[in-house]
Design a protein around this ligand. Structure first.
Ligand code: PEP
Length: 265
């Protein structure tokens, strides 16, 4: 049984003041679901310390938005995986489409970043997805498979086990345009089949989440399929009520909210 996971990607947004206000409200509303759903917040690097303190013992994890492909040394502007691990990060996004397109991160670089995250003992959240052109040409899975293969080339199949895969069609990220539940379900199934072809059991055990303009209003239908193990949420994770409602929709796919949690901590 794969435990659902909900990941907030704040991208390059926030301030000390805004983060505090957002998290205080969000954490109170997410509290009932923390046993049923794994949750992580990925703020910009400078706020990791602040967010780590605010998350405290809530059971909600800290995550980062990227990690260097190098271990240490002369890489100005980069942040190493061991630094992130030391800061308390449990998850690290790797290969987000904004990194691939705006900062020209190749499949090879993404694979090297993924390996660093693994070596530092954290869970990589590998973002894969096709462009609109690739989808229209019937090449969506070919694009996704080459993104997965680059990681396999770098780490072998062992690297992918216990990682999280985020299916994020590039044309749906931050655009307000969402993939249909059928497109999401079919693509997740195809990713599982790809993994299964490489290693028996891996397709079944790997958590695959969807990302791309998920909102409170469409979360329930996107999470309905048993192929979908949760969400990677960008814009909507900057609004406490919107993100909590997405959490509610995800928790509703597995269990009733855990009312006992309210008495913990
Ligand atoms: C993302 O940043 O990974 C993302 C899915 O963004 P949005 O939800 O804003 O489309």
């Amino acid at each position: 049984m794969r435990k659902p996971i909900l990941i907030a990607n704040w991208k390059m947004n926030g301030s000390l003041h805004a983060n505090q206000a957002l998290l205080v409200r969000m954490l109170a509303r997410l509290r009932p679901f923390r046993k049923a759903v794994d949750m992580a917040i990925c703020p910009p690097f400078p706020y990791l310390f602040q967010v780590r303190d605010l998350l405290g013992y809530t059971g909600i994890s800290l995550g980062a938005q990227n990690a260097s492909a190098a271990t240490s040394g002369a890489h100005t502007g980069e942040v190493s995986a061991t630094m992130l691990q030391e800061m308390g990060c449990r998850y690290v996004l790797v290969g987000h489409s904004e990194r691939r397109s705006l900062y020209h991160e190749s499949n090879g670089v993404v694979g090297a970043r993924f390996r660093q995250v693994r070596s530092a003992g954290m869970t990589p959240v590998l973002c894969v997805g096709e462009t609109l052109e690739e989808r229209e040409q019937g090449m969506a899975m070919a694009a996704i498979e080459s993104q997965l293969q680059a990681v396999i080339d770098e780490t072998g199949m062992a690297g992918l086990s216990d990682s999280v895969i985020a299916y994020e069609p590039v044309w749906a990220i931050g655009t307000g345009r969402t993939a249909t539940p059928e497109q999401v379900s079919d693509t997740h199934r195809a990713i599982r089949q790809f993994l299964e072809r490489h290693e028996a059991g891996l397709g079944e055990s790997t958590r695959i989440v969807y990302g791309g303009s998920v909102k409170a209003g469409n979360a329930a239908e996107l999470f309905q399929s048993s192929q979908v193990d949760g969400g990677l949420i960008g814009g909507a994770s900057l609004q406490a009520d919107e993100f909590s409602d997405i959490g509610t929709a995800l928790a509703n796919t597995v269990a009733e909210p855990d009312s006992e949690c309210d008495t913990l901590d």
